[in-house]
Design a protein around this ligand. Structure first.
Ligand code: ADP
Ligand code: ZN
Length: 225
């Protein structure tokens, strides 16, 4: 049985599938999918004051300053739906963010996606996003039924501004430099579990099932504790 009051982080490099898996898990577990990347893109699209401030960073593949992203996340976690647990995707990305998160909630589980660089680059350079509902597609592996159109909502698909080769490279560098060290931080706390995806063609369901297995093991352990 899956109890939903869990606070889960989906962790991994850009293009490791965090958003794809998190959006499927959210439907199964009934807890919200909180993606700071989606939040960033929404602010930019809506041309809010914050959106204007952060566009440059996001377009270049750099991290948005900690103060801004932390404030956005805290705001989101205060909404009632997040009180029942959540799946965090894209946060934390720096030590400072991890420490701030720790001050407000206890993280139950960190799922660390291990994906080789070649797979990441293939994925990101073929990724398509729905402009209306944010669903994620891929020209190679997750094609929409009708070209350029979202299966779910009929919206038009587009390529993300930061899915260009030079920006992908920068995002990977930023990940290695600022974000990857968090793996040791969470491993040290005993909450991190590894998942491996070495093949571009592995269907999302396979990985989602592995994650669900990890979650149910966690729940069994916490009942026994
Ligand atoms: P990716 O596919 O690279 O994992 P996301 O969709 O999670 O990308 O994020 C897109 C962009 O939004 C990042 O490159 C960064 O500029 C910004 N962003 C998202 N989350 C954070 C965060 N926690 N800290 C700083 N910047 C962030
Ligand atoms: Zn859509």
């Amino acid at each position: 049985m899956l109890v939903s009051y869990m606070r889960i982080i989906i962790f991994g490099p850009p293009g490791s599938g965090k958003g794809t898996y998190a959006s499927r898990l959210t439907a199964i577990l009934g807890i919200p999918h909180i993606s700071t990347g989606d939040m960033v893109r929404e602010e930019i699209k809506a041309q809010t004051e914050i959106g204007r401030k952060i566009k440059e960073y996001a377009d270049r593949g750099e991290l948005v300053p900690d103060e801004i992203i932390i404030a956005m996340l805290i705001n989101r976690l205060e909404k009632p739906d997040a009180k029942r647990g959540f799946i965090l995707d894209g946060f934390p990305r720096t030590m400072r963010q991890a420490e701030e998160l720790e001050k407000i909630v206890k993280v139950d589980l960190v799922v660390n996606l291990n994906v080789p660089d070649e797979v990441i680059i293939q994925r990101l350079s073929n990724r398509l996003i729905c402009g209306r509902c944010g669903a994620i597609y891929n020209r190679l592996t997750l094609r929409p039924k009708v070209d350029e159109i979202c299966d779910i909502c009929g919206g038009e698909l587009y390529r993300r501004e930061d899915d260009k080769p030079e920006v992908i490279r920068e995002r990977l560098n930023v990940y290695r430099r600022s974000t990857e060290p968090l793996i040791q931080y969470y491993r040290g706390k005993g909450v991190l579990r590894d998942v491996y995806c070495n093949d571009l063609m592995t269907p999302p369901e396979t990985i989602v099932n592995e994650i669900l297995k990890i979650i149910s093991e966690y729940e069994k352990e916490s009942v026994e504790r």
